[in-house]
Design a protein. Sequence first.
Length: 260
Amino acid sequence: MGIKLEVGSGQEHSLLNLSNIAIKARLFCSDFGALLKVLIHIEFRSEGKFSMDCGNKGNDDIGSILNHASLLMKNSEFDEAIQTLERAIDRYPCNRGLWEQVIACNIELKKPKQAIIALDRMLSIEPNQSQVWADKAFLHLLLSEVDEGIAALENSLGLYPRNASGWQLLAMAYMGGEEWDRAASALEKAIQLNPNSGIIWYNYAACKFIMGENQEAIAAAEYSFSLNPGLEQYADDWIDFARDERSMNISLDSFMASAG
């Protein structure tokens, strides 16, 4: 079946095969970091206030280290930046800014597993960081580690349930495992938080179509088109089928009623 799922990046992905979506195929492409930031809105910060100091002093020293690492990163010297950051982490193991730059470097080096290790370290220090859990979840999903991705997303949403993008990503993960009821439920939560998102409504429509609930699918799809007309192109290969089947069911119901 050629149903398409829109994830908000302007690209289309197969609804029925999340583990092999185009994102995975591009995991080691040159714009992997940019792709990550677009889809999950990850922002790796090189300056600002960092909360995980564990009582360590030396903020001026940390600032200098972060600035030096940032310069190395701007020159694409990511391995050297990681070495600089790791030496600093030996002294300031709980500093969030250091870990965030390590994660950013590993993403630029296309080493998502190393980025996950750094995210795990951040979570071991400060486990109540919803966005860190979400970033970890997305990396797991990119690696087709769906169970780990779902678990991390559930932790993220448990801490901050008002994240519509998180619910949508969780729905896509459920779709990958053909858990349609759970996917629909997650999308309903996303719709409650962001009712004017045509993309979320379209994904909900596609999910309902797979579940065989054609009337709900058509209604959701048509509403998504009213919000974002460009989405209609993704439904060309299933919306007509859903409409025809609905018409057939209505005709059959009318016939049975008249025969009774």
